[in-house]
Design a protein around this ligand. Structure first.
Ligand code: GLN
Length: 487
């Protein structure tokens, strides 16, 4: 039954409906795969008890057999990034600081997964408070790339991407503030979708940078990303930035009729030196195949993109410094022992609890927000953010979607960038613009030569145009499938 672990959710749901397999079969295969691979991969920070997971699967089987309604996720196992709250289950954010924090409520995105009969089988590893691009900043464990254990799985949703790539779950939730769904998906050879800002509720997602954070799916196919987006998208009165507007059916609606010929813009500024040639090659092969299929592929300019990384790191750090001020030892998780005074308690709780990268961001952000510097850093970054947004508005006047790399390199080696924060930040150069502009973006595995590391192609669409984004992504997926069939 271990072949069940490598199938898409869509295929598993078809087989469940046809009565060829049961949820318990899928759960047993899943638990077996985790047993076989978790020691090497390290995708999870915590997992449900196997008996409880089997019982949950058996109850969905019973409902299906009895002809009762079963939700869209049909009893399939789902991994959840450990910065999303699940009532009664420790939420760590990969940090020592949260220590024994057990949330008394469940994040809306997770609740919707549960309501759709997804079975949450565990919480996945991440860079501490989602700050990082390799999951190496987790204080609680090392995640390795299932395709090559000497390499990182990407980050910060590295555990979710690795779990999907290793066949431990068909579906996972991640969060993306500056690339944290798309980049690990690219590194692990799976699909990762960051929805439009506001499309999915952030309620119960531990805040990193609130104007950028978004929850989204990590899956084995574009259709599975659509399936999971169907479940989690939609208005939530408990998140004031959640959009109150129509949610299409992302699985059945396809803009193919509308945009039979896609106008694809390829940002000229993204053709930078210093990247790995394999990334450019993978993109070029995909674009050539799309052009051969009749789509229009042309260069587009995003003139302010060279400022995107600096803008992102100022804004994200500023927001983080404010959001993380709440971890002072009074309310959440850990508290320093035997404090001599209130100040001592706060100082030591934070000093002992946060890792180096989180401290770096807090210092950077506090500096950028401080009197005398805010105008020159934080406010200036806000203005540049607007220019970056305007670049996209102009680009989408001429193009349906943009396509470009997810990151300049495929998965790098463990430890390769840990001593050089700036080189780690520069890995985000192609992913942060979509966050700054609030746009939906997806990473889809491109065709790569046999044995080569996975490389994702990124598709970006206008705000709330996820239907179009997914339509374009399906074409990228088809090109990759055709190339691998053709050898
Ligand atoms: N690598 C980026 C950062 O460290 C993005 C992280 C994310 O999207 N959560 O901020």
């Amino acid at each position: 039954m271990s072949e069940l672990c490598d199938q898409t959710a869509a295929e598993l749901l078809r087989r469940l409906e046809a009565g060829e397999v049961t949820c318990v079969d899928v759960m047993d295969a899943t638990l077996g795969r985790i047993e076989a691979r978790e020691a090497e991969v390290g995708a999870f920070l915590s997992r449900g008890e196997p008996d409880a997971m089997r019982a949950a699967a058996a109850s969905v089987d019973a409902r299906r057999r009895g002809g009762e309604p079963v939700g869209a996720l049909g009893g399939l196992p789902v991994g959840v990034k450990d910065n999303l709250c699940v009532e009664g289950t420790a939420t760590t954010c990969g940090s020592r600081l949260l220590g024994p924090f057990v949330p008394p409520y469940t994040a809306t995105a997770v609740q919707r997964v549960l309501d759709a009969d997804g079975i949450v089988i565990g919480k996945t590893n991440l860079d501490e408070f989602a700050m990082g691009s390799s999951t190496e900043n987790s204080a609680l464990g090392q995640t390795r790339n299932p395709r090559d254990a000497s390499r990182v799985a990407g980050g910060s949703s590295g555990g979710s991407a690795a779990a999907v790539a290793a066949g431990m779950v068909p579906l996972a939730l991640g969060s993306d503030t500056g690339g944290s769904i798309r980049q690990p998906a690219s590194f692990c050879g799976v699909v990762g979708l960051k929805p439009t800002y506001g499309r999915v509720s952030r309620y119960g997602l531990v805040a990193y940078a609130s104007s950028l954070d978004q929850v989204g799916p990590i899956t084995r196919s574009v259709d599975d990303a659509a399936l999971l987006l169907n479940v989690i998208a939609g208005h939530d009165p408990r998140d004031s930035t959640s959009l109150d507007c129509h949610v299409p059916d992302y699985l059945s609606e396809d803009e193919a009729g509308d945009v039979e010929t896609l106008r694809i813009g390829v940002p000229g500024e993204y053709d930078r030196p210093g990247g790995d040639p394999a990334v450019g090659e993978a993109l070029r092969r995909t674009l050539d195949a799309l052009a051969d299929a009749g789509h229009i592929v042309e260069e587009v300019s995003l003139p302010h993109s060279e400022y995107a990384v600096a803008t992102y790191y100022l804004l994200a750090s500023a927001e983080a410094s404010s959001n993380l001020a709440r971890y002072d030892g009074t309310l959440y998780g850990r508290r320093a022992e035997d404090p001599a005074s209130l100040d001592d308690m706060i100082e030591r709780t934070r000093g002992e609890g946060f890792g180096d990268e989180v401290k770096r961001r807090i210092m950077l952000g506090t500096y950028a927000l401080s009197t005398g510097y805010a105008a020159g850093y934080y406010e200036k970054a806000l203005r540049v953010r607007r220019l970056i947004q305007n670049d996209f508005v102009a680009a989408f006047e001429k193009f349906d979607v943009l396509m470009h790399p997810v990151a300049p390199h495929p998965a790098f080696r463990l430890g390769e960038k840990t001593d050089d924060p700036l080189s780690m930040y520069l890995e985000d150069v192609y992913s942060v613009p979509a966050n700054l502009a609030g746009l939906p973006a997806i990473s889809v595995p491109a065709a790569v030569p046999g044995g080569a590391l996975p490389v994702g192609v990124q598709v970006v669409a206008p705000a709330l145009a996820e239907v179009r984004l997914l339509a374009a992504a399906r074409r990228v997926e088809a090109v990759a499938a055709a190339a691998s069939v053709g050898g």
